[in-house]
Design a protein around this ligand. Structure first.
Ligand SMILES: Cc1cc2nc3c(=O)[nH]c(=O)nc-3n(C[C@H](O)[C@H](O)[C@H](O)COP(=O)(O)OP(=O)(O)OC[C@H]3O[C@@H](n4cnc5c(N)ncnc54)[C@H](O)[C@@H]3O)c2cc1C
Length: 477
C-alpha cells in the first residue's frame, strides 16, 4: 500500500513527487508514456513568467509569483540551468500604450520589478524590436529554463530518494475503498491512501473515474511554434511579449536556454486531446504576429516546428484542491500557463495547504542523496575533457556534430535511474537531434547505442510512443 500515488509525470507530478520524497512515506508515480516530461511539459514556451499577466486574486497569480521566486534555488538544487534573462511587453500603437500603462501599474502593485522604457531606451537593449514599437515594459525577473530538463532532474532526484516511477502505466479505472483507492493501469493495480491527479489535459477524465459530478472540465488549447537555429549575434536576449488579449499572452519571441529562438504560440481550442500536429495556416499566423514585435527574423533559420496542448480548465484558474466529494483525492488540474513557472509553488501548496491537513509528515532521518548532474563535455575545458576521455574513450566519440555530443554522454543518461529508453528521451536529456540537422546524422547512431546498451534489437527501438517504431525490416545483410 502506498501513501501517495501521483498520476502523471509532467512538471507538476514530478515536483510533487520530489517534495514528498523528503518525508517518511511511500510514493509512486504512474505515467502512461515511455518517459517523463512527455506532454505539455515538453512543448511550451519555457518561460518562468514574472507574474504580470494572471488575473488579480487568482491561484495562477499567487503561485506564479511564488514559483518565480523559487526557481533559481530549485534549479541550483537540481543542477540544471536557469537564466533570469528578463522580458519586454511591447506596445505598437497608442491604444496599446495605455493598456501597457495599466499592466505596469498592476505589476508595481504586485511587487514585480518593472520599469517603462521609451522606444529609444528599449531599442538600446533590444535592437531588433520592430519599427512600430513605441513603449516597452521591462520585466527583469522573467526567466527561462529547459522545462523537460527540470522535470527529468526532479524525477531523478525523487527516485534517488525513494519514489517509485512506473512508466507505460496508463490509468484506466479507479476503485474507491473506505480508506484507500485501487488504481488500475494497463500494467497492473496499485493501492494507495491518497491519489494526486496531475494528468494534464486528461485530469478531468481521471477525476470522473471517482466522481459522478466532477464540476469542471478541461479542454485542450493548442499552441504552435517555430524553432530557429542558434545565432552568432542574438536576435533578442529577452522574451518579447505583445500586449495580452482574451486569448492569452499572444505570440512571443523567446530566446531559449540553449541559444535557439522560439516564435509562438498561437491559441486554438481543439476537441482532440492528442492532436499536437502543426498546421501551415497556424504557423503562418505565428510568423506574421511575431514580426509585429521583432524585425529581421530570419525565417530561413527555422529548423523545426512543434505544438503543445494547454490544459484549459472551465473555471479559468488552476484547480488545486482535495475533491469536495472524494476524500483524499487531490486534483491538480487545469494547469495551463503559467503552470511551468508555478510548478515548484504548486508542489509546496499541495503539500502545505492540502496534504498536511490530512497526513502527518515526518522528515526522513537519512541524508538526501544528491542528484548527479548530466555530463556535458561541450562545457568542459580541455584538461577536464582529456581526463574524462582517459577514463572512458567513448567521451571522444562524437555522435552529434551539431550539438557536440559524445557516445559517453548518451550511455550515461541511458543508465540513470530515470534513464532514456527512446530516441526522443535521449534527445530530451543530452540533445542529439536538437541541432541544425535534426537527427539526420546522429539518429541512426543513437538507435544503435540504445539497442546495444539496453540489449535490444535496433528494430525494437522507438522514436517516442509505442506506435513509433523507426525500423520495420532489414534491407541487406
Ligand atoms: C503552448 C504552451 C505554452 C506554454 N508556455 C508556458 C510558459 O512559457 N511558461 C509557463 O509557466 N507555462 C507554460 N505553459 C504551461 C505549462 O507547459 C504547463 O502548465 C505544464 O507543463 C503542465 O504540467 P503538468 O505536469 O500539469 O502536465 P503535463 O506535462 O501534460 O503532464 C501530465 C502527464 O499526465 C500523464 N497522463 C495523462 N493521462 C494519464 C493516464 N490516464 N494515466 C497515466 N498518466 C497519464 C501524461 O502522459 C503526462 O505526462 C505552456 C503550455 C503550452 C501547451
Amino acid at each position: 500500500m502506498y501513501d501517495f500515488l501521483i498520476i502523471g509525470a509532467g512538471i507538476t507530478g514530478s515536483l510533487i513527487a520530489r517534495d514528498l520524497s523528503h518525508y517518511q512515506c511511500r510514493v509512486a508515480v504512474l505515467e502512461k508514456d515511455n518517459d517523463v516530461a512527455n506532454e505539455a511539459t515538453s512543448a511550451n514556451s519555457a518561460i518562468i513568467h514574472s507574474g504580470h499577466d494572471p488575473h488579480d486574486g487568482s491561484l495562477k497569480l499567487r503561485l506564479n509569483l511564488r514559483g518565480n521566486a523559487m526557481y533559481e534555488g530549485l534549479c541550483k538544487e537540481l543542477k540544471v540551468d536557469f537564466e533570469r534573462n528578463g522580458a519586454f511587453v511591447v506596445a505598437v500603437n497608442q491604444s496599446e500604450s495605455s493598456n501597457l500603462l495599466e499592466i505596469y501599474e498592476k505589476a508595481k502593485e504586485r511587487g514585480i520589478p518593472c520599469s517603462l522604457l521609451s522606444r529609444e531606451e528599449a531599442i538600446a537593449k533590444e535592437p531588433n524590436l520592430s519599427d512600430d514599437v513605441i513603449l516597452a515594459l521591462d520585466l527583469p525577473s522573467s526567466g527561462i529554463v529547459s522545462p523537460w530538463e527540470v522535470c527529468i532532474a526532479a524525477m531523478e532526484d525523487a527516485i534517488n530518494n525513494g519514489v517509485e516511477l512506473y512508466l507505460g502505466n496508463k490509468v484506466l479505472k479507479i476503485d474507491k475503498k473506505d480508506e484507500s483507492f485501487v488504481v488500475h493501469t494497463t500494467k497492473g493495480n496499485y493501492e494507495s491512501r491518497f491519489v494526486i491527479n496531475c494528468a494534464g489535459v486528461y485530469s478531468d477524465e481521471i477525476y470522473a473515474m471517482v466522481s459522478d459530478r466532477p464540476g469542471f472540465f478541461v479542454k485542450a488549447r493548442k499552441g504552435e511554434y517555430y524553432v530557429l537555429d542558434k545565432f552568432d549575434e542574438p536576435l533578442v536576449t529577452r522574451t518579447i511579449y505583445p500586449l495580452p488579449s482574451e486569448k492569452g499572452k499572444g505570440v512571443l519571441v523567446v530566446p531559449t536556454i540553449h541559444h535557439n529562438v522560439l516564435l509562438g504560440p498561437n491559441s486554438q481550442i481543439i476537441d482532440d486531446k492528442e492532436a499536437n500536429d502543426n498546421t501551415a495556416a497556424a504557423l503562418e499566423n505565428v510568423r506574421k504576429d511575431a514580426m509585429k514585435t521583432v524585425k529581421n527574423i530570419p525565417m530561413n533559420m527555422v529548423i523545426r516546428t512543434y505544438a503543445g496542448l494547454r490544459s484549459s480548465g472551465s473555471t479559468g484558474d488552476f484547480i488545486i484542491e482535495e475533491a469536495k466529494d472524494v476524500a483524499r483525492f487531490v486534483n491538480v488540474a487545469a494547469i495551463e500557463s503559467p503552470g511551468l513557472a508555478s510548478a515548484p509553488a504548486i508542489a509546496e501548496y499541495v503539500h502545505e495547504e492540502i496534504l498536511a491537513k490530512k497526513y502527518v509528515f515526518v522528515l526522513k532521518d537519512e541524508p538526501r542523496i544528491e542528484r548527479r548532474p548530466w555530463i556535458i563535455i561541450n562545457r568542459m575545458g580541455n584538461e577536464e575533457k582529456q581526463a574524462l576521455v582517459k577514463q572512458d574513450p567513448r567521451f571522444a566519440q562524437m555522435v552529434c556534430r551539431c550539438e557536440y555530443i559524445s557516445e559517453g554522454e548518451i550511455v550515461d543518461i541511458i543508465h540513470r535511474n530515470c534513464g532514456a529508453r527512446t530516441v526522443k528521451a535521449v534527445k530530451r536529456r543530452v540533445r542529439p537531434g536538437a541541432g541544425r540537422c535534426q537527427g539526420g546524422f546522429c539518429e541512426p547512431r543513437v538507435v544503435a547505442i540504445l539497442a546495444r546498451e539496453l540489449n535490444l534489437s535496433p528494430m525494437d527501438i522507438l522514436l517516442d510512443g509505442d506506435e513509433s517504431k523507426l525500423l520495420i525490416a532489414r534491407t541487406k545483410e
